[in-house]
Design a protein around this ligand. Structure first.
Ligand code: PLP
Length: 284
């Protein structure tokens, strides 16, 4: 794979980052993952806008202009002949030459890294099988609206899920589900209303979530943005998750209890279909 590191396109084996990089030492870095279909970016404008917000919230200076970021993405797609998958981008506060908690001066330039990941997005096997989730406490920090690389809690969540015969976790705080370990979480009520947690610092403001809520409304599907409990999720007709590279994946069991009839639900699959249509139109 060819990866991008600070202005250079290099073979992944030749890419180098300092041991003093603040992304490595402190997780002092933000990231984005943008889906790629038909060798083109999906919803790049939304991801760029969120990246700029993440940087602002952490007083992190974007190392290149937004238009150039898009060019780097497109160049990397070309260099890797990427047709379908995702592009990971990370901006860290750079290499201050030592380990010191305080921010370095403006002379220290942020580190910009991008790499591609090739994988099926449209024909993911999870669409047919759905995924199993388990609930567990949300032990993340309180600024989940900032997309930082401090991802140890989600790694632990994935491990916990796998150890408990599940694919992923629904995180719970003060008795309510916040989101998935790397996705937004939804349930569908008996009357086909979709329920998902409202935007706040408690969850990441998903780019896919935003699009899905618009598409649902346009399709005549009712949406309630409110808190919901694991118990409400156990008794829901359907449940699903969304993220940039999964789009929509149905959830077929929660804590070992089948959701609805234990199969991917029609509202989840309908939403996935209309999101796929939207994404395909964008990359046509
Ligand atoms: N919530 C969390 C914690 C995430 O890590 C992600 C993305 O990976 C999402 C939600 C979904 O956001 P998006 O749809 O922008 O990928």
């Amino acid at each position: 794979r060819i990866v991008y590191v600070d202005g250079q396109y290099v073979n992944e084996a030749d890419a180098k980052i300092s041991v003093f990089d603040r992304g490595f030492l402190f997780a002092d870095a933000v990231y984005e993952v943008t889906a790629v279909l038909n060798s083109k970016l999906v919803e790049f404008a939304g991801h760029l806008e969120r990246l700029q917000r993440s940087c602002r919230e952490l007083s992190l200076t974007m190392p290149v202009a937004p238009a150039q970021l898009k060019t780097i993405h497109e160049e990397l797609i070309k260099k890797n002949n990427l047709v379908e998958g995702g592009i990971y981008l990370q901006i860290s506060r750079g290499n201050a030459g030592d380990r010191d908690f305080a921010f370095p001066g403006a002379e220290v330039k942020p580190t910009l890294v991008l790499f591609t990941q090739s994988r099926p997005v449209i024909d993911s096997p999870k669409v047919k099988t759905g995924i199993k989730v388990v609930t567990m406490p949300d032990i993340r920090w309180h600024r989940r609206d900032i997309k930082t690389v401090g991802l140890l809690a989600p790694c632990l969540a994935k491990e916990y899920a796998h150890a408990n015969d599940a694919d992923d976790a629904f995180l719970v705080e003060n008795g309510f589900i916040t989101e998935g370990s790397s996705s937004n979480a939804y349930i569908v009520l008996a009357d086909n209303t979709i329920v998902t947690r409202p935007l706040s610092n408690d969850i990441l403001h998903g780019i896919t979530r935003k699009a899905l809520l618009v598409l649902a409304a346009r399709d005549g599907i009712k949406v309630e943005e409110r808190l919901f409990t694991p118990d409400e999720a156990y008794h829901a007709k359907e449940a699903f998750i969304s993220s940039a590279t999964t789009f929509v994946w149905p959830v077929v069991s929660i804590d070992g209890k089948p959701v609805g009839d234990g199969k991917p639900g029609p509202i989840s699959l309908r939403l996935r279909d209309i999101y796929v249509e939207l994404a395909k139109a964008e990359v046509a």
